[in-house]
Ligand binder design. Structure first.
Ligand SMILES: CC(C)(COP(=O)(O)OP(=O)(O)OC[C@H]1O[C@@H](n2cnc3c(N)ncnc32)[C@H](O)[C@@H]1OP(=O)(O)O)[C@@H](O)C(=O)NCCC(=O)NCCS
Length: 129
């Protein structure tokens, strides 16, 4: 993994707690995935100007562990839009408590569908100019 800087815009930032660890003492992959889903969800709501649902998660790759106390940041970029759906590339990066460079820990492609309040899919609005 040779990428040295995040791609996209900062959508979420947090710090994991000891309660988020797995048996090995690292942060549980499900916690990482859920933060990335929340970040992509925020981006999807902005683009769709309303409610959206996750329909697919693909190309997930866990490059490095997340540690308690890391500054955990999620960056999103919309890669593709269709009639009702959008695919968002999501990257999670950390800065260790001990310092050092930003490090990409996880990436994946999340697809969301714009939905009505009832849960039925709806067309994406035109992008803001
Ligand atoms: C999202 C949902 C409303 C879509 O309704 P649907 O009638 O099944 O929709 P379709 O199969 O016609 O697909 C809608 C769009 O999603 C895309 N899509 C569907 N499945 C996909 C997949 N596996 N990967 C990528 N895109 C997909 C379709 O290509 C289509 O895109 P487009 O309109 O831009 O061309 C419905 O599937 C749903 O409610 N799913 C559950 C969502 C949910 O609970 N998410 C939380 C998970 S924890």
């Amino acid at each position: 993994m040779s990428q040295t800087a995040p791609e996209g815009k900062l959508a979420l930032q947090t710090v994991p707690f000891p309660a988020d660890t797995n048996g090995g003492g690292d942060i549980f992959g499900g916690w990482v995935l859920s933060q990335m889903d929340v970040a992509a969800g925020i981006t999807s709501i902005e683009r769709a100007q309303g409610r959206c649902a996750t329909v697919a998660i693909e190309a997930m790759r866990f490059h490095a562990p997340v540690l308690v106390g890391d500054l955990f940041s999620v960056y999103t970029s919309i890669k593709k839009t269709g009639t009702t759906s959008m695919t968002i590339h999501v990257e999670a990066w950390v800065k260790r408590q001990s310092g050092g460079e930003l490090l990409m820990v996880t990436e994946g492609d999340f697809t969301f569908v714009a939905i009505e309040a009832s849960g039925v899919k709806r067309e994406l609005p035109k992008p803001d100019s």
